[in-house]
Design a protein. Sequence first.
Length: 559
Amino acid sequence: MAPGVGEPGPYALAEIATDPADDPLTRLRSATRQALAHVQLHLAQSEEPRLVVVTRGEAPEPALAAARGLLRAAQAEHPERFVIVDADAESLSALDAALATGEPELALRGGSVSAPRLVRVRDAHGAAAPALDGTVLDGTVLITGGTGGIGALAARHLVSAHGVRRLVLASRRGAEAPGAVELREELVGEGAEVVLAACDVSDREALAALVAEHPPTAVVHTAGVLDDGLVEGLTADGLDRVLRPKADAARHLHELTRDLPLTAFVVLSSLAGAWGNPGQANYGAANAYLDALIAERRAAGLPGSALAYGLWNAGGMAGELDDAQVRRLAASGVLPLTDEQGLAALDLALGDAGLLVPARLDLRGLAERTPVRPLLRRLVTARPARATAVAPVASDSGGEALVARLGGLDEAGRLDLLLEVVRRRIADVLGFAGPEAVQVDRLFQDLGLDSLTALELRNQLNRATGLRLPATLVFDHPTPTALARHLLTELAPAEAPNPLLADLDRIEAALAALSPEDDLRHEVAARLRELARSTADAELAEASEDDLLAALESELHNF
């Protein structure tokens, strides 16, 4: 069924569910592995329609939220291949109508349909988010990942700006972590008592011992690791490496401090959980789990805030990004936060603000991108691109304009146009000054493309051409020129041979297979004479049988 008004278009359906009888971390592993299996199976079947993945369970269910975080990364890597739906049983009857909206993610609960949107804090609360009360942080503050970039920055801020006098900084290496001893000396010099604790916070027993020895009155969870890679290559072990220090540790902290008189419980998550970053399916899952865990705490009347940071160059996860990754984030509209902005968000979270997304967005640039990401439609109003005196080489209009331009060119002109399209997209992806910096016969690997940028290039070319190109595109066609030639074949195939000439080719092949004594030669010769008479070719009409057949073969060879 083709998409249309009131029609969802073709789709396949998959479901993710967990067993409420399982413990929370078993449910987390089950949900994320189901999501990964659905994604990888669907991508292996390239001709399948969109896959609609439905998560079903009581809300909030952090395990299912983690599955959706993984799926958002798959959407980012493979646009228009996946739709995410969170639903209860009574609302599933509205699925087709909901899908017809074209939204990439939907919630069907209580008979209503909604889609996720970011809003400004003031818009969400009707006023500025709650300010930090100076009495909130009396007692011991436990910071996980406390000797890392953001953890150390938070520790300094809490001591200098809020007068915290007792800190427990937990990390895997404790005092052996680089800079840990110097950090402690600095904080002690400002009047704080500081414990450097060597503790793997994903190990529940080790964390329980730490909490028993140093009962906290506030928790700030910053621990986490990256292990990036495309979703097709992600394994269960790759999921676990990222889930353990982020999601498992948060669950342990929640359960081990649930009966303590906490005044603040803050987790530092990431925009990757709500936004979906290519190459970060595991990280998106872990951070989406944290956001939902905070919703679970707040539903139970416990304090909780999640900070889903965008890019913050404070030596944390962002400190592990290379220049190309930072350029890609900037191209997507995400700009780096200053330390002052990042810490101001932490202050809001310590005031029990719920889920916040501290991100610096280039709203002007995002407004000129087509289409605007659905998550941002409450923040960004799309507007026409600025007029230009030069016609664009190719717009992302599904390929119609590009194909129309190709139709007016000869083969050399078509190749030149497609090579320019390819070079512009490569320059965009790699952050080059312009397409002229892209050498047309240089290997993509030498130009600087890796698996992630290769996928982004594929996605840009899909939008520009209207094709569905494979993820292996740049490996199958390893230079800009080779890739342009491939696009030429796909978009402007050579003209099909004339059907009449094709029929004559078949006759020639059949004649070559006949022996000189075959009676069929006489019948063919008679038919050829009749044909010659009808075309008023007197010479052929009077020719002998052998001359006719020889002339036919000669003419066929000349076509």
